[in-house]
Unconditional design. Structure first.
Length: 718
């Protein structure tokens, strides 16, 4: 594949280079330069778009993210009463089936004016088990039925945190069949690919490697995955002999063994992140754990790290509070283990330089800084200058890796990038802007951190790439956050491609060399054969499920621009206008209009042409698209024989081949029903003014421009 006219990100991530071509082959970048010869390779006209290494999300919980996208969304609740109202509305409008659990996701209660309690849920949910999951995944709010179902009958409040809650997560959140979860994950992978993601580090508990082996074998191949293992399955992971970074056989290089994941403390919103200083609490309602929770103390953590290290696994240790981070750094130092600290949200000044000194990656989630700024200002008052301290870590030499912690934040690296460089997403002032990092650092932390990942668009690099519509090194923060992605490649294979990219390759045509080009319609691509002569176009279907019998000799018609422009106009009309109507195309050799009309749900489509080859091509292409299109090899001026009346007549190039005297005076009134329309796509033929003058005597005529310098004349019968 040749990417024609791209502007690659420079190796230092400090800007885009000049326009060049990039040749991909065998899953690698093979050449970079101007005017490269594609040979027989597919050519993608990129028109100066930015080309970057593909993006990684270095911290996701993939199954939970896939499921959360389908759960009751309670993230907008500003109080316990709000959340209960959302649950009550769901129970009234779409209650779960008998025996199923209603799961909601996303509540953040640290700043609520009222307390979440089982007594609020029970009156509106009855016997239906309800589990509301906090936005940080560290606590659940359960009603009485759910408490009984998951082994906590009689719990006084219904609020379950940390380890007790994690035991509920698996049965409650993943109660769907494996096949259904895999389908949800496949959808989430497709969505991630559309955002330029080429890989994720999956921290799904307890061990996601077997799940990903199954999903990849089943066709979910849009991402590379590094799969972690939790302590309960450490022995199983070590028994495979796989070390962190090793490729799992039979997965096409998409799946690698990941690190050991250990959660050592809680979270900020749940007030369980383990800190040196206590959380604020009223004297009449003291916290059970004033400084948070240490879930894995040093005497348990060190042996875990030592076993993982001896077996070739790195470690990814969750630490949010400053005290937890100190203990995690101590454990790395004591055992010689290598790896990453996940989150590193609150750090003491002495601990910041230890990351670089120990060779550890700081795996951070910048969007959390924006989501939690108000909570941090209250719960970590006086300490937020060292919270989410990305710039301090970078200045001290630490290597950063950006992620989302999806579903805590959306799986979208552009959101993380924007939050890292511009610490506000609304109209408020930036929150601690002194901890923002520059774009080059943020981009570098979004790819190239995982072993083997593409760090720059250079010869020999793996072809994990993303094409963007804007320059990420200079665009406005709002554009960066919502970056439009034109295409994503994993190993040189498209996992996402927008309709704005023109694709073609050289082939041998009936009159010499030509280009196979893919034309994007809203409902899917059509493949056409375009010869070197710009005034001639040929269409040729590609092999489909039916095999070679669907291939027909290409039909040549002229000119190309009007047919393509007319197809564009039909696509714009959409199914709301065409559904149930009778459509006649004059000149089906142009092909695209009739297929576009059929794809948008027209009731009847008849494509006519003098050429039997053209008729055969349209019929074959329609079958390949799963459509039924009527065809007839008859001259244009016989198209209305039998008294047929049509709601829409499509004609390219103002009825080329029809005698000017008969074009409007005889043919069109005969084939168009009262109130019907005729669409004429005109590239500027000299006969047009005379034809339109005649038409205006009996038709209402409006004209508007279409792409390619073509005018669309719409004739409406009174």
């Amino acid at each position: 594949m040749l990417l024609r006219t791209v502007r690659p990100l420079r190796p230092g991530c400090d800007g885009l280079g000049g326009p060049v071509d990039v040749l991909l082959d065998g899953g690698r970048v093979r050449a970079v330069g101007a005017g490269l010869d594609p040979g027989g390779a597919e050519v993608v006209e990129c028109d100066g778009r930015a080309l970057l290494p593909g993006l990684w999300d270095h911290h996701v919980h993939m199954a939970q993210w896939a499921l959360a996208r389908r759960r009751l969304d309670v993230s907008g609740a500003r109080s316990a009463a709000d959340a209960v109202a959302l649950v009550a509305r769901r129970m009234a409008t779409a209650p779960p089936a008998a025996g199923e659990v209603l799961v909601g996701f996303g509540f953040r209660d640290a700043l609520w004016p009222d307390e979440a309690h089982r007594s609020l849920l029970d009156p509106v949910t009855g016997d239906t088990p309800v589990v509301l999951v906090s936005g940080d995944l560290h606590q659940g709010w359960l009603n009485g039925a759910a408490l009984a179902r998951f082994g906590h009958d009689g719990h006084p409040t219904g609020r379950i945190r940390e380890s007790e809650f994690f035991a509920v997560v698996s049965p409650a959140l993943q109660d769907a069949p494996t096949e259904a979860i895999d389908g949800f994950v496949a959808d989430a992978v497709t969505a991630a690919s559309a955002r330029g993601v080429v890989g994720v580090v999956d921290f799904e508990a307890p061990w996601s490697l077997p799940d990903w082996r199954r999903r990849i074998a089943g066709g979910t191949t849009g991402l590379r995955v590094e799969a972690s293992v939790w302590p309960d399955h450490l022995d199983d992971a070590l028994a495979t002999g796989l070390r962190t970074g090793d490729v799992v056989e039979g997965t096409g290089g998409l799946l690698t063994a990941g690190p050991l994941k250990v959660i050592t403390d809680g979270s900020l919103n749940t007030r369980t992140a383990y800190c040196y200083d206590p959380y604020p609490a009223p004297p009449e309602n003291p916290l059970e754990h004033p400084c948070g929770l240490l879930l894995v103390p040093p005497d348990r953590l060190a042996p875990l790290l030592a076993r993982a290290h001896a077996g070739g696994l790195t470690a990814a240790l969750h630490a949010i509070g400053d005290h937890a981070n100190t203990l995690v750094l101590d454990a790395f130092a004591a055992t010689g283990a290598r790896g990453r600290v996940e989150h590193a949200q609150l750090l003491t000044g002495d601990d910041v330089p230890r990351f670089a000194g120990l060779g550890l990656v700081a795996s951070v989630q910048p969007e959390h800084a924006l989501d939690d700024r108000d909570v941090a200002d209250r719960l970590w008052a006086g300490r937020t200058d060292r919270a989410f301290a990305f710039a301090s870590l970078h200045r001290a030499g630490a290597r950063l890796a950006l992620g989302s912690d999806a579903p805590v934040a959306p799986l979208d690296p552009w959101i993380a990038l924007a939050a890292a460089v511009h610490r506000t997403a609304d109209d408020r002032d930036r929150w601690h802007p002194e901890q923002e990092i520059d774009r080059a650092t943020a981009l570098g932390a979004s790819f190239g951190v995982v072993d083997g990942a593409t760090a720059a668009v250079t010869v020999g690099a793996r072809a994990d790439l993303v094409l963007t519509e804007a320059d990420p090194t200079t665009c406005a923060p709002a554009v960066l956050r919502a970056m439009p992605v034109a295409g994503t490649l994993v190993g040189g294979r498209w996992t996402h491609r927008s309709g704005g990219l023109r694709v073609h390759r050289r082939v041998a045509g009936p009159t010499g060399p030509g280009l196979l080009e893919e034309v994007a319609l809203p409902s899917g691509p059509l493949t056409v054969l375009r010869p070197a002569d710009p005034d001639v176009v040929a269409f040729e279907p590609v092999p489909g499920p039916g095999g070679s019998e669907e291939l027909h000799p290409p039909h040549w018609a002229r000119p190309w621009p009007s047919g393509r422009a007319l197809a564009h106009a039909v696509d714009e009309a959409g199914p709301g206008w065409l559904a149930g109507r009778r459509v006649l195309e004059l000149g089906c050799g142009l092909g695209l209009p009739s297929l576009a009309a059929a794809r948008t749900g027209a009731g009847t489509v008849l494509a006519t042409d003098r050429s039997a080859a053209a008729v055969a091509w349209v019929a074959a292409s329609a079958r390949r698209c799963g459509l039924t299109v009527g065809t007839a090899a008859v001259p244009f001026d016989r198209a209305g024989d039998g008294g047929a009346r049509w709601d829409l007549v499509l004609a390219a190039d103002v009825l080329y081949g029809v005698a000017a005297a008969d074009a409007l005076g005889t043919l069109l009134p005969r084939v168009t029903a009262p109130g019907g329309q005729v669409w004429l796509a005109d590239p500027g033929r000299p006969e047009t003014p005379r034809w339109l003058a005649a038409a205006r005597e009996v038709w209402t005529v409006t004209t508007r421009p279409l792409p390619g310098g073509v005018a669309l004349h719409v004739l409406r019968r009174p």
